[in-house]
Design a protein around this ligand. Structure first.
Ligand SMILES: [Fe+2]
Ligand SMILES: [Fe+2]
Length: 169
């Protein structure tokens, strides 16, 4: 009984090396989202003070969005015949989103979020370039996620501007 395999597109046998490259990029994206979920949970709970409330609410919403991104990256890894990695393969990188010394230091949190979003934006632009003409489905998915990250960064740039205008950042 012959198994029906795709002869065109990214799932075809001839595209194995392209798939492997894309899967590696998707795994990195998956870990970035997972670490962002962790960092945004802590930074949506730790901050103190009246001015922290907007940031707290904003990051609480983002936790759910970033978790959704992680799930999308994981699904796409599987669709490309990859395996979603286990937790032992995780290694943390977001030194800039560790809790500040003072929990009223909102500028630290805002700058950390901007750095995390910028990292995601750079990596997702790379995936969009690599998948161009090769894997339109991954490309389409990542374009949509990229828009979310650009929105997140823009929002936090706005917060930072307010602190800069007051000479606090
Ligand atoms: Fe995300
Ligand atoms: Fe984001």
């Amino acid at each position: 009984m012959a198994t029906r395999t795709s002869t065109t597109g990214i799932l075809s046998e001839g595209k194995t090396s392209e798939r492997e490259e894309i899967i590696e990029l998707l795994k990195k994206a998956y870990w970035m989202e997972i670490e962002t979920v962790m960092s945004y949970i802590s930074n949506s709970i730790n901050p103190d003070g009246v001015r922290a409330q907007e940031i707290i609410e904003s990051l609480q919403e983002d936790v759910q969005e970033e978790l959704g991104h992680a799930q999308q990256f994981a699904s796409r890894i599987k669709e490309l015949y990859g395996v979603v990695p286990g937790s032992l393969e995780f290694s943390a990188e977001q030194s800039y989103l560790q809790p500040p010394e003072q929990q009223t230091d909102i500028v630290h949190v805002i700058k950390g979020v901007i750095e995390a979003e910028t990292g995601a934006i750079e990596h997702y632009n790379r995936i969009i370039e690599v998948t161009d003409g090769v894997d339109f489905v991954t490309q389409d998915m990542v374009i949509e996620i990229l828009r979310d990250e650009e929105g997140h960064r823009r929002l936090f740039e706005g917060y930072l501007r307010e602190y800069e205008a007051e000479g606090l950042a």
